[in-house]
Design a protein around this ligand. Structure first.
Ligand code: ADP
Length: 316
């Protein structure tokens, strides 16, 4: 039915190289790395061999260049990425706390990342796409909603499917319509990929089992719970549950794990693989990516992930 398309922020990421330091005094930084949750997702999707495309915008500057070049290299269709002559590419500065959590300083709202619209190129892409993947982080950009809503309608009308990774980051600004839009997307989703408290947030009820039951009632067909070093579980509406153990790796940089997991999982499912195999590649993609500094630097090709799977122990 056509490529997997996603919509949203394209950024460069600049990371602190030491754990536990803030940005209130000079720190050593590394970057720019191509980034933005939708960009990471789609890059992993392309790398593993899935047909993938991204709708978004960059500035006509070096930060935009590194993103477009990376995505093109990895087989992603960049025809619907606008290059703004007026606004710079968005950016994110990341620092790591000693407890493993991260703080982001985002420059999205004032950048090209938040300024894109439904253009002829977007229309041409969407009318030949078979799957829309939405990152909740994109809901922080009012312009994204128009594109997401229209793309969802067009793709569903041609028999395509929709997936949602809630990914509602605390640092992003969401307006008073975000909850309603989020709920609308949940109800339209065939596949949901939550982590942490996002499952309950999407379902609007408490408890794992009750949340899953509620989401099936709403029409979701497949729920994949991401659990970091505890691996991942897939719940299907027919009652099937499949668990996958995580791989035993040393985490250098957790950014992008969930996005790479999702990119690999969805590419594999759309290539016709069963849940077990898609979970295996998803866990491998997430784990491989955390071993390398930079949000998508560890995204793997099919051959790289096969090699990783062969040579890396699973956690039980
Ligand atoms: P998110 O980034 O969306 O919160 P997770 O942190 O659960 O998602 O990561 C997604 C997947 O990547 C996990 O299910 C797991 O398979 C893998 N993963 C993430 N972090 C690690 C880690 N430290 N060690 C091994 N695997 C990991």
């Amino acid at each position: 039915l056509g490529p997997t398309v996603t919509v949203g922020e394209i950024l460069v990421e600049i990371v602190a190289t030491k754990i536990g330091v803030g940005f209130r005094e000079p720190v050593e930084l590394l970057g720019p790395f191509p980034s933005g949750a939708p960009a990471i997702f789609v890059d992993q999707c392309g790398r593993i061999g899935g047909s993938a495309a991204l709708i978004g915008a960059v500035g006509s500057d070096d930060f935009g260049f590194v993103n477009i070049e990376r995505l093109k290299r990895d087989g992603v269709d960049v025809s619907a990425i606008a290059v703004s002559p007026d606004y710079p590419t968005g950016s994110a500065f990341v620092r790591y706390r000693t407890d493993g959590s991260r703080d982001f300083v985002y420059n999205i709202g004032t950048s090209a990342a938040a300024r894109f619209s439904w253009t002829e190129k977007v229309e041409a892409l969407v009318t030949r796409s078979g799957h829309l993947h939405v990152m909740g982080s994109a809901l922080s950009m009012p312009s994204a909603w128009t594109v997401i809503e229209k793309a969802a309608q067009v793709i569903k009308a041609r028999g395509g499917t929709l997936s949602l990774d809630p990914n509602l980051r605390k640092e992003l600004k969401y307006d008073d319509q975000t909850e309603a839009r989020f709920a609308q997307l949940v109800a339209m989703s065939n596949l949901l990929l939550p982590s942490g408290d996002e499952l309950e947030r999407a379902a609007g009820v408490e408890g794992e089992a009750a949340s899953i039951a509620r989401l099936f009632e709403l029409g979701v067909g497949e729920i994949v719970l991401k659990r970091g070093r505890d691996g991942a579980s897939c719940f299907l509406r027919d009652g099937t549950r499949v668990d996958a153990a995580a791989f035993d790796v040393k985490e250098i940089d957790p950014t992008g794990a969930g996005d790479c997991f999702g990119g690999a999982y969805i590419a594999c499912r759309r290539l016709g693989m069963p849940v077990e195999q898609a979970l295996l590649y998803g866990c491998a993609a997430g784990a491989r990516n955390v071993t390398v500094r930079g949000p998508m630097e560890g995204a793997g090709t099919r051959a790289e992930l096969d090699d990783f799977i062969r040579t890396t122990k699973r956690l039980t």
